[in-house]
Design a binder for this molecule. Structure first.
Ligand SMILES: Cc1ncc(C[n+]2csc(CCOP(=O)(O)OP(=O)(O)O)c2C)c(N)n1
Length: 273
């Protein structure tokens, strides 16, 4: 997909998520919207996938470790045809196959359950190691939140992956600067994440997380690594592109009216972001 198409795809994902949640009236929209451009790159052509056969052995794997952003992933999966778009209207409702946090036993295309922060990243590292031991060349992609980086488990996995030279692991930190209860640095100071991961033995780089070309170029550089995993620090805006979320101070979880959703959809349809 060329840059223009990927941008349009990201807008489509934002719009379809809002259409899905319009009548639900709530959700973790902040952290969902901040990873949409990344998902547009991954599901817009970067990953090897087969929506008709989610368990295909040759696929690349994706683990959304910040599992509360599940609705963003569900939107990408629905738009790609893993399941009908209408399912998005059931997000987090009784009996749904799309719970607010990712559950691999419920949703076609979800490779790993997540929600207890820190665990998904470890699982992604484990999947990448398992594939490497079997001599397979699938890539494993995973996203952790910057707030999630407060978890000790993240740093155990960060030590493990370079130790085992997991060069087919491409990870991202969604560095939107906020977590559940405020700015990340008010909770624990993270410092220079790129430097930290580099010190742990990763190939690491900083990228504008809303520039789809830059994300793709960073992934290409990661794929050139022959003996280390890649960590791409995505500089993002929490709630990006969603008018009633992006500009709110506390925007981890949003409650909203159908009229607000319609207004945000209209702005996105006009090309606003
Ligand atoms: C082990 C664990 N501790 C606490 C929580 C509660 N919790 C849910 S989301 C969240 C903040 C996550 O922030 P971040 O990773 O930056 O996500 P984003 O801002 O991108 O949505 C917290 C603390 C949790 N899900 N798991």
């Amino acid at each position: 997909m060329v840059q223009e198409d990927t941008r349009a795809f990201a807008q489509t994902l934002r719009i379809e998520l809002l259409r899905g949640l319009r009548d639900v009236g709530q959700g973790h929209l902040g952290g969902a919207m901040s990873v949409m451009d990344l998902l547009a790159v991954l599901y817009g052509g970067e990953m090897k996938i087969d929506p008709q056969n989610p368990g295909w052995d040759g696929r690349d794997y994706f683990v959304l470790s910040k599992g509360h952003a599940g609705p963003a992933l569900y939107t990408a999966l629905a738009v790609k045809g893993y399941f009908p778009l209408d399912w998005l209207k059931t997000i987090n409702s009784n009996g749904t196959r799309l719970p607010s946090h990712c559950d691999r036993t419920k949703t076609p295309g979800v490779d790993m359950s997540a929600g207890s922060l820190g665990q998904g990243f470890s699982a992604a590292v484990g999947i990448a190691h398992g594939l490497k031991v079997q001599g397979k060349d699938n890539y494993v992609y995973t996203v952790v939140g910057d707030g999630e980086c407060n978890e000790g488990q993240v740093w155990e996995a960060a030590l493990y992956a370079p130790s085992h030279r997991l060069n087919h692991l491409i990870a991202f930190v969604d560095k939107n600067g906020k977590q559940l209860d405020g700015p990340t640095d008010d909770v624990l100071v993270l410092g220079d994440l790129r430097q930290k991961f580099e010190d742990f033995g990763w190939f690491a780089l900083d990228v504008d997380g809303h520039d789809t070309d830059a994300i793709r170029a960073a992934i290409a550089r990661g794929k050139q690594q022959t003996d280390k995993p890649t960590m791409i620090i995505l500089h993002t805006v929490k709630g990006k592109g969603c008018s009633f979320v992006e500009h709110e101070l506390n925007n981890h979880h949003a409650r909203f009216t159908a009229a607000q959703a319609d207004e945000a959809i209209a702005a996105l349809e006009k090309g606003g972001c």
